[in-house]
Design a protein around this ligand. Structure first.
Ligand code: ATP
Length: 472
């Protein structure tokens, strides 16, 4: 059964979105994501589908006839919540809907960005947003998730259970290629290029499958001589992600390892409630879902964090070409985190609906204008917004949109160190002071609203020998 839930049908550029909230907290967080997309003025027309446990329990239908064909032909993208309900212990509906969608629509690339919005969200000491900006590219249609295998002599002392791990050359090669192409064409949040693809496997123990992954990785790497390659066993990778996640850039891995390490990565970002993902097939209708599941213990209580779903909607909009709307949404979520307008899992006191409404309101009515504590240098650019920070060897350039709308580039040369406490490249409402500390100069951009004297947790501190200002 299909029911229309919104809006915008105007020009042809409007994208058609199939919305499937599913079960548990999916039903609570997805309406918030839809609300925020509408608040952003995204040119989307959403149609809601009732696939999930309720429908399965009512009429035993998991996916209606032609369901996947309808999604693939009639929609530009699919926004999904989660599937899983204790009333369906076999989880058959989740398998048929979610795994069915991934496999039958051949959504082979599961793209899971791991980005830290604010240092306060990371359980690791000393990790700042600029330190955590990597992407896991998980193979999404093979591995151990095909449910191939069986049980022999069940219930006897000789019982045997076999779970097959499928790895085809076609499947492995296309996901590895996707990872290299992703690396080549997607920048980090601070505008710097991505440089390295790391393949993670367990080829020392799983020699047959691992051997195929190893061979393919080496072959594909030859076609991308500018991209560095690296390899880690999954156990070592898990340890390194916790010890120091700074070096990661693009990680490619199989279905199961990708599932596990992206829960770990979600933990680094503030928990499962903060992580977004896309299930992609280049050039075809793709599906977007938060990393979390249906979370039965917290479902129906208005306490689930909606930000993972909201950031997933932003990822979908960016994929559909609505990059401005996506940035607006991400900036509003960032502000919500900084202002503690969040659910309890990340330290706030709001409910799911209230947190969603706060973000939707910010997206619709603009982020709060902020004042700035001080300025130095050319007074023309005081009260500005840092739009982008680019760093190369010993040079840093900071692009600033001034109060009057003019844009300036402040170029620092002879840079000794840069400390940033912000997701560079996103809207950083900060502009501040610089003190001369000869022979080096110590430049300090700070946000006036934050708690400590010098501007609190929004900081960009640059030690450099010289700087210049020019109009962009
Ligand atoms: P699946 O296997 O379907 O991915 P899962 O077993 O990994 O699901 P989830 O349903 O994702 O588990 O959730 C596990 C726990 O994490 C939940 O019980 C809840 O405590 C927490 N959690 C997950 N998502 C959220 C959220 N959006 N907000 C707050 N807490 C969450």
């Amino acid at each position: 059964m299909v029911q229309s839930c919104a809006n915008v049908a105007s020009v042809r550029a409007t994208k058609r979105i199939a919305v499937i909230p599913g079960d548990g907290i999916g039903k609570e967080v997805i309406p918030q994501a839809v609300k925020v997309m509408e608040a952003a003025g995204a040119a989307v027309e959403c149609t809601s589908f009732d696939w999930g446990a309720d429908r399965y329990l009512a009429d035993k239908v998991t996916v209606p006839p032609d369901g996947f064909t309808t999604l693939a032909w009639d929609y530009d993208a699919i926004l999904v919540g989660a599937f899983g309900d204790p009333r369906v212990p076999s989880n058959v509906h989740a398998k048929e809907i979610l795994l069915g969608m991934r496999c039958q629509m051949d959504l082979y690339a599961n793209v899971r960005p791991a980005r830290l919005l604010d240092a306060s969200l990371c359980p690791l000491k000393g990790i700042e947003p600029k330190d955590l900006d990597f992407v896991v590219i998980r193979e999404n249609t093979e591995g151990v998730y095909g449910d191939l295998g069986g049980v022999f002599k069940q219930g006897t002392p000789d019982e045997v259970a076999i779970q097959e791990d499928i790895n085809t050359r076609k499947g492995v090669e296309r996901i590895v290629r996707y990872a290299f192409e992703y690396c080549a064409s997607n920048k980090k949040l601070d505008g710097s290029p991505r440089r390295r693809v790391l393949m993670c496997d367990k080829s020392n123990a799983m020699t047959h499958a691992g051997g195929l992954w190893q061979r393919v990785f080496k072959e594909v790497a030859v076609d991308h001589p500018h991209i560095e390659t690296q390899h880690m066993y999954v156990d070592a990778l898990a340890m390194q992600m916790v010890r120091d996640p700074r070096g990661f850039d693009v990680i490619v891995t199989n279905n199961m390892f990708g599932d596990i390490i992206t829960d770990l990565a979600a933990g680094l970002q503030g928990g499962l409630g903060m992580a977004a993902s896309g299930n992609l097939r280049p050039g075809k209708t793709s599906m977007f879902e938060p990393v979390h599941g249906s979370a039965p213990p917290i479902a129906g209580k208005n306490i689930a964090n909606p930000f993972g779903a909201i950031l997933t909607a932003a990822l979908m909009l960016a994929h559909l070409g609505m990059v401005g709307e996506a940035h607006k949404i991400e900036a509003a979520v960032l502000e919500a985190v900084r202002e503690k307008k969040t659910t309890a899992d990340i330290g706030g006191t709001l409910g799911t609906r209230e947190a969603g409404e706060w973000v939707a309101d910010r997206v619709a009515n603009g982020l709060k204008p902020r004042k700035f504590k001080a300025y130095v240098g050319d007074p023309d650019f005081h009260d500005g917004v840092i739009e982008r920070v680019r760093q190369q060897a010993t040079e840093v350039s900071v692009e600033i949109s001034g109060y009057s709308g003019a844009r300036y580039i402040v170029r620092f040369t002879g840079v000794e160190s840069v400390i940033s406490h912000n997701p560079e490249g996103m809207v950083l409402y900060a502009m501040g002071e610089a003190e001369a500390e000869l022979p080096l100069r110590h430049f300090y951009f700070a946000n006036w609203r934050e708690p400590d004297e010098d501007g609190g947790d929004s900081k960009l501190v640059i030690d450099a020998r010289a700087f210049s200002v020019e109009k962009a």
